[in-house]
Design a protein around this ligand. Structure first.
Ligand code: NAP
Ligand code: F7E
Length: 344
């Protein structure tokens, strides 16, 4: 019989890759979707077109992490075997502008779904994954960071994620819930939101190449991150929930690069000099910056048999190739509009 999974945040980067992975493994996948005035399912539209009886299937439900009663109702109705809590206000700089909302969604929202899992677990075993973050290490106390490195959060987002992490550990200890926290370092892809620095750079570089954009405005170029490929990272989430016992794991590549180095690689692939196009705009700097993060995923390698398959050069190439195609389509559309000579 097919196993059933519930994914919150299914419309996001990780949710879409995880849904793909689970459907491929034959799961029935349920996803939580926020009601918007426009459709927000572009990252998963191909999945319900492709899903059918022999493989897994996909069902979507409206809901919001701030509505605990509705989340509980949904969990008790679906009776999932596995819950992946990926929903979040996930942008660190935005969390300084919306600190209370970020806490309601990322911290209290996580507690809502943990409570729902605890209730379900009284009658049927359920496994729970919490999307924790390397941002919890903040101004890191040691390098590289492992599962035992103390947290030192530097943003409302990181504080909210630290709360959710500790509650996940608490529910495991207090209620014997099979609850895992994946402490994931930055992971990127062609599906990454366009306001995160990697995608902002690959979108801009390719649009500049096609003559669609002249400048790219960024904040701190010296920040260093341990960037991996999102498709690898959702596989780690799944592996955590297949173990005999629940635990917490750092997921990272073990190498770090600065934003400046990322720019070099991305523009270099297009034979452009980034210095000719990039300007610093202080509005993209943060009240408190996390200068450098570097993860040690030895525990995940040993216990889960997981390791990152994609280095930063390959990752940037995947993103540039994808975004160059998008830029070409945009250019084509621009030319067609000009040729049609629409009265504007
Ligand atoms: P993402 O692309 O920003 O996706 C976030 C998802 O959460 C979207 O589906 C979003 O829905 C949903 N969401 C936001 N607010 C919600 C609310 N109030 N109720 C219900 N759903 C809501 O993030 P991601 O990169 O896939 O990351 C997935 C998770 O991992 C997040 O929890 C993030 O904080 C965490 N994380 C990410 C990284 C990383 O490098 N990517 C690293 C560590 C941890 P909409 O589509 O409607 O906006
Ligand atoms: O910033 C610097 C910025 O927004 C990376 C989220 O997925 O990973 C992500 O958080 C670095 C920072 O990611 C711009 O100051 C410079 O030092 O791409 P980012 P993040 O803040 O590391 C963690 C692990 C998560 O959990 C989060 O959910 O790049 N930077 N100039 C810039 N960043 C942005 N966004 N935009 C700029 O113009």
């Amino acid at each position: 019989m097919s196993r059933t999974a519930l994914i919150t945040g299914i419309t996001g980067q990780d949710g879409s890759y995880l849904a793909e992975l689970l459907i491929g493994k034959g799961y029935l996948v349920h996803g939580l979707v926020r009601r918007c005035s426009t459709f927000s399912t572009s990252r998963i539209d191909h999945l319900y077109r492709d899903s059918h009886e022999e493989h897994g299937r996909l069902y979507l439900h409206f809901g919001d992490m701030t509505d605990g009663q509705a989340l509980t109702n949904l969990v008790l109705q679906i009776q999932p075997d596995e819950i992946y809590n990926l929903a979040a206000q996930s942008h660190v700089r935005v969390s300084f502008e919306q600190p209370v909302y970020t806490v309601m969604c990322d911290a209290v929202g996580a507690l809502h779904i943990l409570e729902a899992a605890r209730l379900l677990n009284e009658s049927k075993p359920v496994r729970f994954y919490q999307a924790s973050s390397s941002e919890m290490f903040g101004d890191a106390i040691e390098t590289p960071q492992t599962e035992s490195t103390p947290f030192n959060p530097q943003s409302p987002y990181a504080c909210a994620k630290a709360y959710a992490h500790f509650q996940t550990v608490n529910y495991r200890r207090s209620y014997q819930l099979f609850a895992c926290s994946g402490i994931l370092f930055n992971h990127e892809s062609p599906r990454r939101g366009e306001t995160f620095v990697t995608r902002k750079i690959t979108r801009a570089a390719t649009r500049i190449k096609m003559g669609l954009q002249q400048r790219l405005y960024l904040g701190n170029l010296e920040a260093r991150r341990d960037w991996g490929y999102a498709q690898d990272y959702v596989d780690a989430m799944w592996r955590m929930l297949q173990q005999e016992s629940a635990d917490d794991y750092v997921i990272a590549t073990g190498t770090s690069y600065s934003v400046r180095e990322f720019l070099e690689i991305a523009f270099g692939l297009l034979d452009l000099r980034w210095q000719d196009y990039v300007e610093i705009d202080p509005k993209y700097k943060r009240p408190s910056e996390v200068n450098s993060l570097l993860g040690d995923a030895s525990k995940a390698r040993q216990a889960l048999g997981w390791q990152a398959s994609t280095g930063v050069n390959e990752l940037v190439k995947i993103m540039i190739d994808h975004d160059l195609e998008l830029a070409k389509q945009e250019k084509q559309l621009e030319s067609s509009r000009a040729n049609a000579k629409l009265p504007t």
